[in-house]
Design a protein around this ligand. Sequence first.
Ligand code: OSB
Ligand code: MG
Length: 370
Amino acid sequence: MQIDLITLRHLRMPLVAPFETSFGRIEARDCILIEIASQGLTGYGECAADRDPGYSYETAGTAWHILRDFIAPQILGQDIGSPQEFQDRVSGVRGHLMAKAGVEMALWDLTGKREGRSLRELLGGVRREVEVGVSVGLQASPAALVDTIGGYLSQGYRRIKIKIKPGRDVSEARAVREAYPDLRLQVDANSAYSLESAGALRPLDDLDLLLIEQPLAEDDLWDHSRLQAQLSTPICLDESILSARHARQALEMGACRIINIKPGRVGGLNQALAIHDLCYRQGAPVWCGGMLETGVGRAANLALASLPGFSLPGDISASDRYYIQDITRQRFQLNPDSTISVPDGPGLGVEIDPDALERFTIESMIVRQV
Ligand code: OSB
Ligand code: MG
């Protein structure tokens, strides 16, 4: 693929409801949409870095800098054979995995459009619908949480994840379990505990949870292995897993039994595939995490989640759970069996709505070869 022109757009999309986690509360989601023009075709990719460095050190601002000053200059005017070749070329840029993942996604979209194949086909996905759930942010009280979840259940979602933090953990999970005894339920702490304070999570073992996501620090595989030894509920790692190597080491040392795969966090779909393949070989369940993506990133997540090893429902909800207006013409709907259909058009299989794009763009820039 000849890389002719790259357009960066910093988007700010108002959420239908605020989203609160252990690291903060947001009312709008930022991201960078990357548009690559190549021989008459246009590919889109979403860089998942948000406005603030809460989930990750990367922000829309750092990603903008890395994309404009380092990544774009290395590929503009070049012929890039494949998403893997792109990764080889930018291997001199340390870290900044979300910035790289956004460009890689646009190259997958271009590859699919050029070959007339969907991303699902390119990745080797085997399902046309994938099981999904909702990630529910911290609410005002356990009663409000039960209420909010009731709304999602009535829409047809059959798996719920709740965000927890110290002091807002066992009471919340217990209230939800009492209200919905058969619900497939899991919790996500986003690194809010230490090995010492995680003792508070022990009562969760009696609540029949699918998993406990990322209780401890991102750089702390070792203490996760000690915590897992004290819990019967599987630990699932999100923030800690940036590569297939991390995944292998985490499984080897018993730091987790399940892995959440997000293409943005691990540097792109290519590395996401590698983690999937490793876990599939080892029989470790994986599921597709979410980053409150626009329709662009959501399409990529759906294609990824159609791979055979994704045996647990993903954090991929219908468009109306996130945004009143999205930047894609497609709005993803929940099917009655708590699944969402994987797009089957070429590449990502989505079309951009230029008016919506204009409306949510707070800064844009065309990067040309110098
Ligand atoms: O930890 O999984 C997370 C959203 C932003 C950043 C981190 C996380 C999340 C979610 C939302 O839980 C998942 C979704 O996109 O629905
Ligand atoms: Mg998480």
